[in-house]
Design a protein around this ligand. Sequence first.
Ligand code: SF4
Length: 201
Amino acid sequence: MIEVFKILKNTQVEGPGNRFCIWVQGCKKHCPDCWAKDTWEFGVGTKYSVEELFLQIKETQNIEGVTFLGGEPFEQAQELSLLAAKVKSLGLSVLCFTGYTLEELKAKNDQWVNELLAQIDLLIDGGFEKENFDLSRPWVGSSNQCYHFLTDVYSPEVISQYKNKIEARISEDGKLEINGMGDFNQIKKNLCLQLGKNIVK
Ligand code: SF4
């Protein structure tokens, strides 16, 4: 089973094109500047089988690929590698964010970590670091984070066409949810002023 924090079936701000996005639940890294601390705890997320998630992806129209983020996807490398292989069989791309560096992942010398790496087209590594805050590149918030083109699906030229953006949605219970990358403190302040609502994420 894959433990999930949140799913967005169609987003344009978590990688190239329209993407099915899975935030996994659980992270052992505990980076000091993490802005997603509610994804750290294991055992509190929603559990889906690989097949359940694959069916949801298969039924979603007009997506270019799937993005894994978290939480820490490599804590669930076995199940995600199986899902990623199925995603690739549909001709979709796989983008994965990780708080580990690529070198750290390779040094684990773990079968499932390696299997997951083998399925990823674009790996974005490194946790968010406040002292290196930098929004000049797409989908990342600090300059220590690196893009690794593990296949020829994406390239620096493709990436350079994108800018950081955010999406805002009103959830069923009336709360405003934000995803993507930007100066969240400023965005929340502006939205609060304009809407006078509680913002949850
Ligand atoms: S790896 Fe990502 S989710 Fe985990 S603590 Fe670091 S920034 Fe947060």
